[in-house]
Design a protein around this ligand. Structure first.
Ligand SMILES: [Zn+2]
Length: 676
C-alpha cells in the first residue's frame, strides 16, 4: 500500500504488490492462502478463518494483532505451537522448518477500532489501526488484521462477508459475488510479493464497466463510491479509461485484470495494485480526476507492475510524476509545463540546504521536503534526460525497461541500462551526479557581448557554476526586437566557460535557462520567496510578536520542523525568519529592525481583510515570512487554511478564506546586449 499523491498535498509510499495475471507473475508464492472474513461494521466484530499452504525448508513466523483471539491453530491437522506474549501489540507463532509443504488452519475473531472520520490528514497517514463503522472499514496491511506469514509473498483468495448494504474490496481480480440472507459475499484473488492484505469496505454505490486492454483482455473497471458522490462514478471511469489507453500506448498492456476507484470516509489517499482509495472530500477536489487519478493508474506500471528496489532508491515516484502530473501539463501547453517546472525549482530553493539529500536515498515520502527531492527533482532528472537523448529514444527505453522488468524489481541502475541501450550513450556520469549528490548546481550568467561578424552576429557569453561542477546541457535564449527567442544548448562542464553563439539577426538580450529546464538552485531574484520556505527550512527561526497561544500554535502547524523561538526584543538573526503576530506589533517590529514593510499588493482588500501573510527577501538574502492578523481569533482562523498555501508568496484572509493571493514574479537571469 502506498499513500496517494494528491495534488502535492498528500504523498505516496510503501511497497506494493506485483501483478499476477497477464504479465510475468513472480515464481509460485511461498504462501498460498484461502481466507473467509466476516465483518459487521455495526458491532465492529471481525471473524476470520483460513488455510495456508507454506513451502518446506524454512521456518515461519506468523503474526497477528493481539486485539484478536485465536480459536484454532492447526498444523497439518495437529494443534500448533503456543503464541508468544504480545510485543508491541503483536502476537507471534513460530514454526520450525519442515521437510515438506505444510497446511495451517487458523480461526480468529476480535473487535476493530471505531472509525474516526474526524482524523485530520496527517493523523490518517500515521494511523495503522484496523477501523470499522457503517461509513467505512479500512484494514491496512500494516495492522496485521489477519494471520501473516512474515517475510514471504502471498497468493490469496479471499471471500469477504458483509451486510448486503456494504461492498468490500481488496487488491486483486474480482472472483465472484453473491447475496444471501441479507449478506453480501465478495471474492478476490491476487498473487503478490507482500505478505499481508489491505481491505476496504463501505456503503458503496457501484458503477461498473469492462475495458478491453491492448492485448484483448477484459479489464473490470469499477467505482465504489459513497452515495453522496456516486453520481461521479461514470466520469471517473471515463477518466480511468483515458489513462489506461494513454499508458498502454506509451508503455505496454495494463498488467492487471481490474482497476477500481474507492472512496474513503477519511480525508486521505492510498494507492494499491488495481485500486486507489481516496477520501470523499479528496475526490471532490477539482484536480483529482485530471491529475491524481492518472498518477494512481500509472503506478500500476511503475511501482506495482515494476517495483523499485527500495533499498537502492525509489525511482517510481519521479517517473510517475514525469509521465502523469508533468505530462498532463505538457499536453495543456508550453506555458503550463514551464509553470510546473518553475514551481518545482522554487520549492527546491525554498527547501534550504539543511533538508536536502541525495535522490538515491529517497525511498518513500513522509513529509513535504521528501516530495521535493523524491518526486520533483527525480521528474526533472527524467526531463533533462529526454531533452538530451530525444523523445523517441527515451520512450523506446521505457518500453524496453517495462518488457524486461514487469512483475519484478528494478533499480535506478536497470533504468540507466535501458536508457543507455536505447540512446547508445554512456549515462553513468549523468545518473551519478543527479542521484548520488545532494543539492543542485547554481548557475550564473556572468557576462555577454554581441559583435557583428560579417553578415551575422556573434554573442560571446560567460557562465559560471558552483564547485564541484556538474556536467550540464544549458539552454541559452537569444531575444530579438520582434519579441521572439531562439534557444541554443551549450555543454557546460567546468566551473567557468565561454561560449560563442551565432545569430542571423541582431539579438538584443540573452537569458540563462528562462524556461527552467535544468534542475538547479535558482538565484535569489529568480526564485521569489514563497511561504513554503518557512515551512520546510529547519534553519528558520520564529518570532512571536504580541501573541502567545494562537500565534505559537499557528507557527507549529505551519512548520514541519521543531520551532526555534527567538525573542521579539532581540535583533532578528541572519537566518530565515518567520514572524507571527498581531498587526500593530508586527509593524512595530518591522520598523524597529529596519525590515521591509508590508507590500502594497496586500492593501487592496483592506476593508474585509482580517489577516495577511507574505514573504520578502531581506538584504543579505535570508527570507522573511510574516503572518499578521487583526486579533487572536483572526490568527487562530489561519491554522487550517494557511498550511495549504505554501506555494504562494502572499495572501490576504477574511476569516479563514483566502480573498487574495499571489506569487512574486520570477526574473530569469538576463543580460541586455548593447553596442556592436
Ligand atoms: Zn505516486
Amino acid at each position: 500500500m502506498r499513500r496517494a499523491a494528491v495534488g502535492g498535498l498528500l504523498g505516496l509510499v510503501l511497497a506494493a504488490p506485483a501483478p499476477v495475471h497477464a504479465v510475468a507473475a513472480p515464481a509460485a508464492s511461498p504462501v498460498r492462502a484461502e481466507l473467509e472474513v466476516r465483518i459487521d461494521p455495526g458491532t465492529r466484530e471481525l471473524t476470520g478463518r483460513g488455510t495456508w499452504a507454506v513451502v518446506a525448508g524454512r521456518p515461519w513466523r506468523v503474526t497477528l494483532d493481539d486485539r484478536f483471539d485465536v480459536q484454532r491453530f492447526l498444523v497439518d491437522g495437529e494443534p500448533g505451537p503456543a503464541a508468544t506474549a504480545p510485543v508491541e501489540g503483536l502476537r507471534a507463532w513460530h514454526l520450525s522448518a519442515a521437510s515438506r509443504q505444510r497446511r495451517i488452519e487458523i480461526t480468529w475473531r476480535g473487535r476493530l477500532e471505531a472509525l474516526d472520520a474526524t482524523l485530520d490528514h496527517r493523523a490518517v497517514l500515521t494511523h495503522a489501526e484496523p477501523v470499522s463503522g457503517p461509513r467505512g472499514t479500512f484494514l491496512p496491511s500494516v495492522a496485521r488484521w489477519h494471520p501473516v506469514f512474515e517475510g514471504a509473498g502471498l497468493a490469496y483468495r479471499i471471500a469477504i462477508d458483509l451486510p448486503e448494504g456494504q461492498h468490500a474490496i481488496v487488491p486483486g481480480t474480482p472472483a465472484g459475488e453473491r447475496t444471501d440472507g441479507g449478506r453480501r459475499v465478495q471474492s478476490y484473488a491476487l498473487e503478490q510479493p507482500e505478505s499481508a492484505i489491505d481491505l476496504m469496505a463501505g456503503p458503496y454505490r457501484v458503477t461498473k464497466r469492462i475495458f478491453v486492454a491492448a492485448d484483448g483482455r477484459k479489464i473490470a473497471l469499477r467505482a465504489l463510491l459513497h452515495p453522496e458522490i456516486a453520481e461521479r462514478g461514470e466520469g471517473d471511469l471515463d477518466a480511468v479509461e483515458r489513462y489506461l489507453r494513454l499508458y498502454e500506448g506509451w508503455i505496454g498492456p495494463y498488467p492487471y485484470d481490474a482497476f477500481s476507484v474507492v472512496s474513503s470516509p477519511t480525508p486521505t489517499g492510498f494507492g494499491m495494485p488495481t485500486l486507489t482509495y481516496l477520501g470523499v472530500e479528496v475526490l471532490r477536489l477539482p484536480f483529482i480526476r485530471d491529475t491524481s487519478l492518472g498518477h494512481e493508474v500509472l503506478h500500476n506500471w511503475w511501482g506495482n507492475g515494476v517495483r523499485p528496489d527500495y533499498a537502492r532508491g525509489n525511482w517510481s515516484e519521479g517517473l510517475t510524476t514525469f509521465m502523469a502530473d508533468y505530462a498532463y501539463r505538457e499536453q495543456a501547453g508550453a506555458e503550463a509545463a514551464r509553470e510546473m517546472r518553475l514551481a518545482w525549482l522554487r520549492d527546491f530553493a525554498a527547501l534550504g540546504s539543511a533538508a536536502d539529500r541525495p535522490l538515491a536515498s529517497f525511498s518513500s515520502r513522509t513529509h513535504g521536503a521528501e516530495q521535493v527531492v523524491g518526486y520533483h527533482k527525480a521528474a526533472m532528472v527524467f526531463l533533462m534526460l529526454r531533452d538530451a537523448i530525444g523523445t523517441e529514444a527515451f520512450d523506446r527505453a521505457l518500453r524496453a525497461f517495462w518488457r524486461e522488468h514487469r512483475g519484478g524489481t528494478a533499480s535506478w541502475d536497470d533504468l540507466r541500462a535501458a536508457f543507455e541501450t536505447a540512446s547508445k550513450r554512456e549515462l553513468g556520469p549523468y545518473f551519478a551526479q543527479w542521484l548520488d549528490r545532494a543539492g543542485a548546481p547554481s548557475l550564473r550568467l556572468d557576462s555577454a557581448t554581441v559583435l557583428r561578424d560579417g553578415a551575422r552576429w556573434r554573442v560571446d557569453v560567460e557562465l559560471t557554476q558552483s564547485a564541484p561542477a556538474y556536467r550540464l546541457r544549458v539552454p541559452l535564449a537569444l531575444g530579438f526586437d520582434d519579441g521572439t527567442e531562439e534557444t541554443r544548448w551549450v555543454a557546460f562542464e567546468g566551473e567557468r566557460a565561454r561560449f560563442t553563439l551565432v545569430a542571423e539577426r541582431r539579438p538584443n538580450a540573452i537569458a540563462l535557462d528562462p524556461q527552467a529546464r535544468v534542475f538547479r538552485r535558482l538565484a535569489a531574484g529568480e526564485a521569489p520567496p514563497i511561504l513554503r520556505q518557512a515551512m520546510l527550512d529547519p534553519a528558520t527561526v520564529t518570532v512571536l510578536a504580541g501573541t502567545t497561544t494562537a500565534g505559537e500554535s499557528l507557527a507549529r502547524r505551519l512548520t514541519e520542523h521543531p520551532l526555534r523561538l527567538h525573542p521579539m526584543t532581540a535583533a532578528p538573526p541572519t537566518l530565515p525568519v518567520l514572524l507571527v503576530g498581531l498587526a500593530p506589533e508586527v509593524d512595530r517590529y518591522l520598523a524597529r529592525h529596519n525590515l521591509p514593510r508590508r507590500p502594497p499588493e496586500l492593501d487592496a482588500t483592506a476593508g474585509t481583510a482580517t489577516a495577511w501573510a507574505w514573504t520578502t527577501e531581506r538584504r543579505g538574502g535570508a527570507p522573511l515570512t510574516v503572518v499578521a492578523a487583526r486579533d487572536e481569533a483572526a490568527l487562530a482562523a489561519l491554522a487550517r487554511p494557511l498550511p495549504h498555501y505554501g506555494r504562494q508568496s502572499w495572501l490576504v484572509f477574511g476569516g479563514s478564506t483566502a480573498i487574495a493571493r499571489g506569487v512574486w514574479p520570477s526574473r530569469p537571469q538576463r543580460i541586455a546586449l548593447a553596442g556592436g
